[in-house]
Design a protein around this ligand. Structure first.
Ligand code: ATP
Ligand code: NCN
Length: 197
């Protein structure tokens, strides 16, 4: 009998993707015994004013570059390709229909755990998909909906801090994967002067 494939979706704005995303994905993959973690950039984030100048396609490309070379990681383009506001409930229905043989979980950090009760159609979503949560500095990592908490070292890193560092011309080496840093320079994103290709 075929085992059902276990896929964890790490949804995010990835503006830009950073080492924290990679570390939580690997920590959860290992702790929860997932076959794969799929990074899924949104098109228009439901509860966030998108800062910075990267568009959805550039965030998708940066996410591809961030996971490249790791066979356990991949990228799910469905939300960027669909466009519009990316409601997770709708996306997970589409993925579950497309891949009935897969058990999907959804990976979130402590800030998202606290906000889960504000998500669109959350009562139905928690019945269909297991949420796996990781702690995040400055958050309680608790909320009103059931989340399986996985203990990994806390990582004090956010895209917000990195956008600020980039705009100030500070180093982001090791905080953002090298191929993503190169892309940011080539495209001249986040206030970084555009470099020659
Ligand atoms: N350092 C971190 N520790 C734990 N979870 C994190 C961390 N960084 C991001 N996450 C989680 O990863 C998911 C996607 O995050 P997102 O792409 O919005 O990055 P972010 O760093 O939170 O961005 P921003 O600073 O722009 O709000 C969210 O569920 C978020 O909670
Ligand atoms: O569906 C919702 O209502 C909803 C509300 C807030 C966030 N999300 C999703 O949660 C993931 C993390 O969100 P964010 O804002 O931290 O990038 C990302 O995939 C978002 O699209 C989804």
């Amino acid at each position: 009998m075929n085992e059902r494939r276990k896929v964890g979706i790490l949804g995010g704005t990835f503006n830009p993707p950073h080492s924290g995303h990679l570390m939580i994905a690997e920590g959860v993959r290992d702790a929860a015994g997932l076959d794969e973690v799929r990074f899924m950039p949104n098109a228009v984030p439901p509860h966030k004013i998108k800062e910075g100048d990267a568009d959805a396609w550039q965030r998708l490309e940066m996410t591809r570059l961030a996971v490249r070379g790791n066979p356990d990681f991949s990228v799910e383009p469905i939300e960027v390709e669909s466009g519009g506001v990316s409601y997770t409930s709708r996306t997970m229905d589409l993925l579950r229909t497309r891949e009935p043989e897969t058990d999907f979980s959804f990976i979130i950090g402590g800030d998202s755990i606290e906000q889960l009760h504000t998500w669109h159609d959350i009562d139905a979503l928690v019945e269909k998909v297991e949420f796996i949560g990781v702690p995040r500095p400055g958050t309680s990592a608790s909320g009103r909906f059931p989340v399986r908490i996985v203990g990994i070292p806390q990582i004090d890193l956010s895209s917000t801090i990195l956008r600020e560092k980039l705009a100030e011309g500070r180093s982001v080496r090791y905080l953002i994967p090298d191929p993503v840093i190169r892309f940011i320079r080539e495209e001249g994103l986040y206030g970084v002067p555009a470099a020659e290709r």
